[in-house]
Design a protein around this ligand. Structure first.
Ligand code: UDP
Ligand code: MG
Length: 141
């Protein structure tokens, strides 16, 4: 059982000037930030990261969007991190997201929904490893 999850502040949130506000929500929800970096994904990286969705009709749009501008990738730590972060971000479609969630407050649409969150412990570890090396994960905070 891991207490880590993986998050992305997506390009729409960065473009809309919400990076600091989302970062603050992370801290307010008592996550420890093990690592964070600003980057611009290549289309290939986005396709690799979202490989599980390769057959879905929105795959092209999603990977084009995710490689369209800067994003911030984060490794987060908290007890029950995966479920806690999913609760903090809210439903995939902002129309269905609860009040006070990040997607409710900052998402623009179903596709451009401000943040990513891992859906299982197994995927959290894979996703963290996709973007971070072990030496970049700093747990002594
Ligand atoms: N997405 C989309 N159209 C859809 C479903 C998902 O554009 O009908 C995008 C959206 O950005 C979502 C991402 O694809 O965050 C991954 O989809 P998933 O079902 O894994 O949702 P999440 O885990 O991000 O809530
Ligand atoms: Mg998902």
């Amino acid at each position: 059982m891991t207490n880590r999850t993986f998050a992305i502040i997506k390009p729409d949130a960065i473009k809309n000037g919400n990076t600091g506000k989302v970062y603050d929500r992370i801290l307010q929800a008592d996550f420890k930030i093990l690592s964070a970096k600003l980057m611009k994904m290549t289309l290939k990286q986005a396709e690799g990261f979202y490989g599980v969705h390769r057959e879905r009709p929105f795959f092209g749009e999603l990977t084009t969007f995710m490689s369209s501008g800067a994003c911030m990738v984060l490794a987060l730590e908290k007890e029950n991190a995966v479920a806690e972060w999913r609760e903090t971000i809210g439903a995939t479609n902002p129309k269905d997201a609860e009040d006070g969630t990040i997607r409710k407050d900052f998402a623009t649409s179903l596709g451009e929904n401000a943040v990513h969150g891992s859906d299982s412990d197994e995927n959290a570890e894979k996703e963290i490893a996709f973007f971070f090396s072990e030496s970049e994960l700093i747990s002594n905070k």
